[in-house]
Design a protein around this ligand. Structure first.
Ligand SMILES: [Ca+2]
Length: 426
């Protein structure tokens, strides 16, 4: 629903700026879908009618009170939708009062062609949006296989719920942190929202302390715990990815990772983890031939610096963007958890690093991928995440680049298998 960054949109209040942003910058209000541009055009008529027409004034006063309430609560576009009909009626009355009563306009609307043209113009933005959506995403899925694929692509955490449903059916009680929109896909009981007994605030401040987190989750009756890492507040996300405190937890341990989501099981039995030897070759990019890492494959022309001035370890590091990066292919076992780690920094902190694993089948053909997007720091920092190798995976192609624009420096990669078993009494 909301996020800590969300209130940024509402620091200053200007009705005209707000109307403009609501229509033309809906992303500021976490809009799932944009509002029609048609809503913007009656604005001058509505303002004029407000001072002269009792009906418009009544409708708009109600709409304004609701909008003020919305402004000081969660500024999410869909929460404003209930008041839009009031605005639409006020807009229709205003346009009728001040536009249609003009004689030359009245002469125009007496013609059928005018009515049809206006009707088409009113519905056109919706059709343009639908056309763009289908053009970009294709038609909706029509069978179970297509549905799974579509949801996995559209919803970063969908695979975690699919995994949980497959191993536990509907016999689980899950606490999902920052993932409230996925409640529909959980077959078991689902807890976690911005408000109420399972509100996020109670959990977010306990992520650094397993005992407190365990007690809180258990008091809610949770048996599983999902963390949507990409929606964590920036500071908490940075600490989560760089310190990986969850790795030392004994009673909350990961069983699934992927798409920036980790699914943990909560148990009363103490669990210990085991980490395999390093799987990647030349993790620090030091083995060079003609200034190119010999164990990594280049895509495009990433910049390899071997002066030692840009490296986190040894002499060499690589600067990548979204088109120019390194990748390395390694053997994996399906349904095994892996920890992927690297050190990264960016000269601009607005840049985002992108760790990507392409999963390849036995024919070395890619059939799935996992992407981890990291807010880059201005200094070298280690980032790590846990990912499960999907069924059919025989190889993993580890890629490191920039997410969208910008460039990221990388060094010290790591890819190791992770497993858990009950701790043995000493
Ligand atoms: Ca290095």
């Amino acid at each position: 629903m909301t996020s800590y960054a969300l209130m940024e949109a509402g620091k200053t209040f200007s009705p005209s700026l707000y109307s403009w942003n609501l229509i033309f910058h809906p992303d500021l209000f976490h809009a799932e879908k944009p509002l029609s541009i048609v809503l913007f055009f009656p604005f001058p008529f509505v303002v004029a009618a407000y001072f002269k027409d009792g009906i418009v004034r009544s409708l708009l006063t109600l709409a304004i009170f609701y909008t003020i309430f919305w402004f000081f609560s969660a500024q999410i576009l869909r929460y404003l939708v209930p008041v839009l009909p009031l605005f639409c009626i006020a807009a229709a009355v205003s346009v009728e009062r001040y536009l249609i009563r003009l004689s030359f306009i009245r002469r125009l609307i007496d013609k059928n062609i005018t009515v049809v043209t206006v009707a088409i113009l009113l519905i056109l933005p919706g059709w343009v949006f639908a056309f763009k959506t289908v053009n970009h995403k294709g038609f909706p899925p029509i069978n179970e296989k297509e549905r799974e694929s579509y949801l996995s692509q559209e919803l970063p955490s969908y695979k975690a719920y699919s995994f949980l449903n497959s191993i536990s059916g509907n016999r689980y009680r899950l606490y999902a942190l920052l993932d409230e929109n996925m409640a529909y896909f959980a077959n078991g009981q689902f807890i976690g929202d911005w408000f109420g007994p399972g509100r996020y605030r109670k959990i977010l401040d306990k992520l650094g302390n397993e005992d407190r987190l365990f007690n809180e989750l258990r008091s809610l009756g949770a048996e599983c715990f999902i963390v949507n890492i990409c929606r964590l507040p920036k500071k908490i996300q940075s600490t989560w990815l760089s310190q990986k405190k969850w790795l030392s937890w004994k009673y909350i341990y990961p069983v699934f990772g992927g798409g920036n989501v980790i699914l943990f099981k909560i148990t009363g039995r103490k669990m210990c983890h085991q980490i395999s030897p390093e799987i990647l070759i030349d993790t620090s990019l030091e083995k060079l031939s003609l200034n190119e890492p010999t164990s990594w494959k280049k895509v495009g022309i990433p910049i390899v610096d071997r002066s030692g001035e840009s490296s986190a370890d040894g002499k060499a590091a690589v600067k990548c963007n979204k088109d120019n990066f390194l990748k390395q292919t390694v053997d994996v076992e399906q349904n095994i958890l892996y920890i992927l780690a690297c050190k990264a920094y960016s000269e601009r902190t607005t840049n985002k690093a992108r760790l990507q694993i392409n999963w390849l089948d036995k024919y070395a053909k890619q059939f799935e991928l996992d992407i981890i997007v990291i807010n880059a720091s201005a200094a070298w920092m280690q980032y790590s995440n846990v990912i499960i190798a999907p069924e059919r995976a025989e190889f993993a192609e580890i890629c490191a680049g920039a997410h969208k624009d910008g460039a990221i420096w990388f060094d010290e990669f790591s890819f190791k298998a992770l497993s858990y078993a009950p701790c043995q009494a000493k």
